[in-house]
Design a protein around this ligand. Sequence first.
Ligand code: RIB
Length: 348
Amino acid sequence: MHRTATMKDVARRAGVSTATVSHVLNGTRPVGTALRERVRQAVAELGYRPNFIARSLRRKGSGAVGVILIDDTNPFFSESTRGVKDAALDNGYSVLVCNSEGNPDRENEFLELLAEKQVEGVILFNVRDSRLREAAGRRLTVPVVLVDRDGASRGMDSVVVDHYAGGMDAMEHLLSLGHRRIACVTGPSNSTPALLRLRAYANALRRAGIPYDKSLVFRGDFRSESGYAAVPFLFSGGVLPTALFAFNDLMAFGAITALAERGLRVPEDVSVVGYDDILLSSFFNPPLTTVAQPKKEMGRAAFGLLLDRINDESLSPRSLRMSARLVVRKSTASPGASKGGDGSGCMR
Ligand code: RIB
């Protein structure tokens, strides 16, 4: 008769410790790609399934956790939530996903609804309103993990990405190609990740000795429509920008569509960099240069933190920091590359 594989078997097959196996499955600590792959392969080869029944017998709670996100039409959130769902499944949990559309009232309603459903914990993605974050901490008697907001000062667990460094990478890429007139489409003004990217934009220009020009900054809202709307504002006369840094991929797509409607080609006339690296970005035309966020890993890590807290309320709050990484594709080039120009922009 077949014996069911245990975590120990997985560890032995992968040649790692059981703690490493647990970190890979729960995302509680960063584990190198090679090691992670070995563990995943061993899990697949042995058909390892965590012992859900034993766990649920031990468990007092409902076996469900909640996720509240702000825009379920944005693949950044579905791709990150995928990480939560995978880790939850590995641990025998189900996930209730709520879309608040960034509306604090709806967020509060969902918090109440999730409390009624007796979820064991909640993961909050990109909650923008600081009152809500505090309210969430008070209102819920279950653990909360923040994603994309640093919870350290509030004594909450969180998963954050270094958006300042990500913004710098995007800007240094454009500057190193020779762009001097670089426009940007920001995110909402109450979004910390957007503010960090804006700070990087301004500091990169200052370091390069380029004055900050507010006519090159358009306030977006992380939706494609605002990237589309930015173009008439940023490209309406005078010396045109030769590059555009959109603070997420959806806005980059909107901007590229609007540029094409004006007869401006990407990257020949305008280089465009996005942020997030959603799956669609490599299939866009042109494939988008963008700053990749470790979306699935963020989701997995958030679930791991939540599970640890569900199991031990006395743990001190942890903030996991992850890095973003520039992915260079076809939407960026040197200014005027196709027409032998001097990169100073052209009049329209
Ligand atoms: O696309 C959604 C954006 O909102 C992401 O860049 C994420 O970091 C968040 O702030």
